[in-house]
Design a protein around this ligand. Structure first.
Ligand SMILES: [Zn+2]
Length: 83
């Protein structure tokens, strides 16, 4: 858990580790939702956690990955393991 102080304008900075793990980049649009006394903040569009693109991004284990990075990852996985 992270504690953050809100600015006089209501702005809150998102820690860099969280931005990275969510694939958030400057100027990205995020959605805010109030639910059961909590604020839920989620990226409107998921980005690839590896190259940062927002095109052809799939969700994999809660993270975004684009089709080309997925192909690269599968290529690497397949090395020395051909059948
Ligand atoms: Zn990618």
């Amino acid at each position: 858990m992270v504690q953050k102080k809100m600015s006089t304008h209501g702005a809150v900075n998102i820690p860099v580790q969280m931005r990275r793990s969510m694939g958030l980049q400057p100027k990205d649009v995020i959605e805010l939702e109030e639910k059961d006394g909590a604020l839920i903040l989620r990226p409107r569009e998921i980005r690839c956690a590896f190259c940062g693109t927002d095109e052809d991004v799939l969700k994999l284990k809660g993270k975004g990955i684009c089709v080309s990075c997925l192909a690269k990852a599968q290529e690497r996985k397949g090395e020395g393991n051909e059948d």
